[in-house]
Structures are given as structure tokens and as C-alpha cells.
Design a protein around this ligand. Structure first.
Ligand code: ADP
Ligand code: MG
Length: 332
């Protein structure tokens, strides 16, 4: 393209909240044949809310499977005998939530913030944890009230020799609803044996325009894919809500593996646009044929990207491709 055409395209982009980093990106965008969306914060709003707390006692869900377990439901955590028990006290929903939230208060992850806010909304006192460790892509571990508390996915528990399988049904039920379900486990100070004590779930909402953006891209003949660190079931439920083919979903991709996943997609000879918002996404944005940072994306993502979408609107992905198309068509 001539410098003049590039300038026109860049200017039209800027007026529409689509910032192209230079003329060659503007030229490349029209040749994108695959768009890979990150899930959280890109297709979804990334505003998680705590929706469920399920207590596990001795490998069994307590009062699971109904509104009684909803975080917003009536408090169902009164001990039948007023606490004067001879055997050990069963944990209440609030106990599980307090332990999870206190552990998570060391994390900046949106999943963690939703747990902490959900606990505070219930009037639970959330204090600072002792030792805290982030296990990227899996969860967290922290010292709370003298015990070690783990909150995260199945792999986190397995890696710590705690069997997540008693919670399988509960996890699947929540995940099929599109929620991110997390296991809560505790290793008492006087023990090396960890126990599953609960499941908590956060829900996110799909962005209003996500479905239209996916449809517009597909209408143009662009393949639409989704990539996420979240589990397969939750990922598929979200994909279904926005019209992405389940076969095009790459789930349980670790942060450090996202760029490999994009490279694998491109090894088929595809020219992929990766669209993401997070620090996690930066390497994937960098290896993509076109890397696109969306909305309130982190600085790291914006720096790694070729295109920045100023608004938080997935439809601007279509706009970016259209502007590239139109600008270059005119000057031919
Ligand atoms: P995403 O790609 O959706 O941003 P991540 O790669 O950050 O997801 O995390 C992948 C999975 O690891 C989450 O779906 C969750 O199960 C678990 N996980 C990550 N961080 C946390 C946390 N702070 N607390 C609980 N679970 C977590
Ligand atoms: Mg994200």
C-alpha cells in the first residue's frame, strides 16, 4: 500500500477505536483466515461472581444439588445441635467460604476476587493469609488458621495427593452451567493428609456482542476458535453460547502454552488473529499473524499486540478486518 493509503486506513481505524501498529499490520489483517479468541475477559466480561458453595464432608457433598447450596440462598449452615457436638464439627458453608476467601485474598486473579467479594457480601470476615503461593493455571495455596488451604482445579489437588473424584458430579453439574468450579482442600497442621472440604463456583457473563462478532466472522468465511485455561466443560458451554464449534475449542491450556497452541494452529498454514486481554495472552499475541489486544487489556498485552481495540467490543475485531480490507481494496 502507498503511504497515503496506509495513513487513511490508520486514521479510519483510530476514529473507530481500532489502533493499528503500523502499515504492515493494516495490510495483514485482511488476510486473517482464523480468529482465536481468549475466553475470559475477551468473549466474557471477566466480571466473575461467586454463585455456589458446596460443603464436602468425608468425601460427600453436604446438601448439594439445590438452591440450598446457592451462595445467595438462605443460610443453611446452622449446626443441628448448636455446636455442642462430641464428634468433630462439620464445616458450614461459611466456614468453607471463609477458608477459601482468606487463602484467595493473596491472589489478584478474577476468580479469586469474586470469592473474596462473595464472602464479604455474606458478612464473612476475610483476613490476610499466611504463606501464599500462586500456582499459575491451577490455583493457589496458603496458610489459613494454621492449616494449609488449597483452592483450584483437579490438577492442583492431584499434584498434592488429594483425590478430587468425590466432587466429580458436583464439579460437572456446575461446569455444565458454564461456571468455573474450584475445589477447596485443607491439610491440617498436624497432618500430611489433605482433605477435600468443598467446591466453590464463579460465573462470568458473555459480552453482549460476542455472538454477533462470531457470526459476522463466520459469514466472512473466517474460522473462529477459542482458547482458555479453563476446563473443557465450562469452555464448551461458553463456546455454545457464542456460536463457536466445540471442535474449535482449546481448553485447559496453561498460560505458558497459549503461544504454542497458536503456533500449532498456524502450522496448518493458517493466518491467525489472536484476540486477548491478559498478561497470559501476551506471548500468544506476539506469535500470531496478527495479535489483537482488546479493551481494558493489560499493558503487557497491548505492548505485545499489533492491533489494539480501544473499546471492549468483540465486534471491533470484525471492524479491524473490514478496515484493512476496504483500505487495501481502494488502492488496488
Ligand atoms: P484463564 O485462561 O481463563 O484466564 P487461568 O489460566 O488463569 O485461566 O487459570 C486456569 C484455571 O486454573 C482456572 O480455570 C481455575 O480452575 C484455576 N485457577 C487459576 N487461578 C486460580 C485461583 N486464584 N483460584 C482458584 N483457581 C484458580
Ligand atoms: Mg483473559
Amino acid at each position: 500500500a502507498t503511504p497515503a493509503a496506509t495513513m487513511v486506513g490508520t486514521t479510519i481505524g483510530a476514529q473507530n477505536g481500532v489502533l493499528f501498529k503500523g502499515g504492515d499490520v493494516l495490510e495483514r489483517a485482511k488476510d486473517v483466515d482464523t480468529v482465536v479468541f481468549d475466553k475470559t475477559g475477551t468473549l466474557t466480561k471477566g466480571e466473575m461472581e461467586l454463585t455456589d458453595v458446596v460443603v464436602f464432608d468425608d468425601g460427600q457433598p453436604v446438601a448439594d444439588g439445590g438452591s440450598a447450596s446457592e451462595a445467595t440462598g438462605s443460610p443453611s449452615d446452622e449446626r443441628p445441635d448448636g455446636g455442642a457436638v462430641t464428634i468433630r464439627d462439620r464445616l458450614s458453608e461459611d466456614d468453607v467460604l471463609r477458608l477459601a476467601a482468606t487463602a484467595e485474598s493473596g491472589s489478584e486473579h478474577p476468580l479469586a476476587r469474586a470469592i473474596v467479594d462473595g464472602a464479604k457480601d455474606r458478612g464473612i470476615d476475610v483476613t490476610d493469609p499466611g504463606d501464599f503461593e500462586n500456582v499459575p493455571g491451577h490455583g493457589i495455596r496458603a496458610t489459613v488458621e494454621g492449616s494449609e488451604v488449597l483452592v483450584g482445579n483437579r490438577k492442583l489437588l492431584r499434584d498434592n495427593d488429594i483425590d478430587p473424584s468425590p466432587a466429580a458430579e458436583t464439579m460437572e453439574r456446575l461446569e455444565n452451567e458454564g461456571k468455573t468450579a474450584m475445589l477447596v482442600a485443607r491439610v491440617p497442621a498436624d497432618s500430611t493428609e489433605g482433605e477435600l472440604i468443598g467446591v466453590v463456583a464463579d460465573a462470568d457473563t458473555v459480552k453482549e456482542s460476542a455472538k454477533d462478532a462470531v457470526r459476522d466472522l463466520q459469514t466472512r468465511g473466517v474460522d473462529v476458535m477459542m482458547i482458555t485455561g479453563d476446563n473443557e466443560r465450562t469452555a464448551r458451554s461458553v463456546a455454545e453460547q457464542v456460536g463457536i464449534d466445540p471442535e474449535n475449542v482449546r481448553a485447559e491450556v496453561l498460560p505458558e502454552d497459549k503461544s504454542d497452541a497458536v503456533e500449532a494452529i498456524q502450522n496448518d498454514g493458517r493466518q491467525a488473529m489472536m484476540v486477548g486481554d491478559g498478561v497470559n495472552d501476551a506471548p500468544a499475541l506476539a506469535v500470531a499473524y496478527v495479535g489483537t489486544a482488546i479493551g481494558s487489556g493489560t499493558d503487557v498485552a497491548i505492548e505485545a499486540a499489533d492491533v489494539t481495540l480501544m473499546r471492549d467490543d468483540p465486534l471491533d475485531v470484525v471492524k479491524a478486518i473490514r478496515i484493512s480490507d476496504a483500505t487495501l481494496a481502494k488502492i488496488k
